[in-house]
Design a protein around this ligand. Structure first.
Ligand code: ARG
Length: 459
């Protein structure tokens, strides 16, 4: 088959080599963006009189027909035609004949492919942010139901201090808010038109880059034609932001997996988000959470893959850049799927309040309360810490907790301890009283919730 670029070639191409160089299996996902880019380009060619109105109209009609056929899934692409750009040009030729050859005036596949990717990623980042927002909504409503749900807060995965479950959930809310903001900020660098950079150096034709930028709905244009065709920072930034997002989802999944275990039993996932075992009849596994945690690896891989592809590339376009797409498409799909599945899993997750609370009554997570109690009565905190440490040690030996020690035993340790110590030791009181700014106290958590709800409205 004759290649669109075969003028300077004498030898025959080899199908198996062509197959290696082809990207159509991957970049056919860009068909719509490619056609939209071509439509803007040809309109500009007519406006600047580079093509006649008649020629442009024929091309526009052909492109519109292709757009329609593409929507219906009727276009047939081939590896011989290498990539989405050459495939579509060939198909256009099939519809309108030789005038199709004028479409590529003052354009190169280098600025064409970059334009496609900018259009694609802009649309997808906006879509991903909508899903992050929905996820944040679910988080907030779960938090609203659980302001006074008490569970152990952990450091080193050891019981540390009791906390409000809402406060724990809102910690995640803050991470996803940052993920949303990072995506939003990245749009500044995605919403750029490379069209008109041509191969790398611009063109001798009197093109109007402002016009194509406006037609395509881009906010700005690249100001340097070499940068326009060789920049893939915007994809790397997307992959990097997605890696952070996945890391957050993965940490959260890890906790849910722990919480569903027999040892914790803090939450129960609905059947729809769990799976069974083919051999062990009793099993109910948190597969979806595990899979989201697992898929985090492939997103990191996509980031590292493209960073490595880019690191030695001289300016401007190199065929290596064709490798920028697969990881980007895969990341878009992975992130979207994970957000949607997680939203459903979280929304339907049952919180076992009583089990959570009871975990704070059979531990020493109220030890800081007692030390603070003594410190507030004038004992230096370091001294108070030591006194309570000794009481904990004794308690462990006797198999009792701080709330089980009698008042007379307490008073033998310090005259300053009174009946009210038992209120202080209660884990719910302990949470309630942590009313410092940003702390887990109910009042603070309610403030956090109010501000989270307000943020959501403004997003
Ligand atoms: N399929 C190519 C890619 O995705 C399009 C650009 C090809 N440009 C070139 N000069 N060979 O990168």
């Amino acid at each position: 088959m004759k290649k669109l670029w075969s003028g300077r070639f004498e030898g025959e191409s080899q199908a198996w080599v062509d197959a290696f160089g082809a990207s159509i299996a991957v970049d056919q996902q860009l068909a719509e963006e490619d056609l939209i880019g071509s439509l803007a380009h040809v309109q500009m060619l007519a406006k600047t009189n580079i093509l006649s109105a008649e020629e442009a109209n024929e091309i526009i009609q052909g492109l519109e027909k292709l757009l329609e056929d593409n929507k219906k899934g009727r276009l047939v692409f081939t590896a011989e035609n290498e990539d989405i750009h050459l495939n579509l040009e060939k198909l256009l030729h099939g519809i309108i004949g030789p005038v199709a050859g004028k479409l590529h005036t003052a354009r190169s596949r280098n600025d064409q492919v970059a334009t496609d990717m900018h259009l694609y990623l802009k649309k997808e980042v906006i879509e991903i942010n909508q899903r992050i927002r929905l996820f944040m909504e679910v988080l907030i409503s779960k938090a609203e139901e659980n302001v006074e749900t008490i569970l152990p807060g952990y450091t080193h995965l050891q019981h540390a201090q009791p906390i409000s479950f809402a406060h724990h959930l809102l910690a995640y809310y803050n991470m996803f808010k940052r993920d949303f903001e990072r995506n939003q900020d990245s749009l500044k660098r995605i919403d750029l038109s490379p069209l008109g950079a041509a191969a790398l150096a611009g063109t001798t034709f009197p093109i109007d880059r402002e016009y194509t930028k406006t037609l395509l709905g881009f906010k700005e244009s690249y100001t340097n034609s070499i940068d326009a065709v060789s920049d893939r920072d915007f994809i790397l930034e997307f992959l990097s932001n997605s890696s952070l997002l996945m890391m957050h989802l993965s940490r959260f999944c890890e906790e849910i997996i722990l919480w569903t275990s027999h040892e914790y039993q803090f939450v129960t996932l609905t059947d729809a988000f769990s799976t069974g075992s083919s051999i062990m009849p009793q099993k109910k596994n948190p597969d979806m959470a595990e899979l989201i945690r697992g898929k985090t690896g492939r997103v990191y891989g996509n980031l590292l893959g493209l960073l490595t592809t880019m690191k030695g590339l001289p300016l401007a376009y190199n065929k290596d850049l064709q490798e920028d797409k697969e990881g980007m498409f895969d990341t878009v799909k992975t992130v979207k799927d994970c957000l949607t599945v997680f939203s459903g899993m979280l929304e339907t997750m049952k919180v076992n309040e009583a089990t959570m609370y009871s975990a704070t009554t059979k531990d020493y997570s109220n030890a800081t309360e007692l030390a603070d109690y003594l410190a507030s009565k004038g004992i230096p905190f370091r001294k108070a810490h030591e006194i309570v440490g000794k009481l904990v040690l004794e308690g462990i030996k006797k198999g009792i907790y701080l709330q089980d020690i009698s008042l007379s035993d307490y008073q033998a340790v310090s005259e300053l301890i009174e009946e009210d110590v038992y209120t202080v030791l209660d884990s719910k009181t302990a949470v309630e009283r942590r009313n410092s700014l940003g702390g887990t106290g109910f009042e603070q958590v309610k403030k956090e919730l109010a501000s989270a709800n307000k943020t959501l409205v403004d997003m």
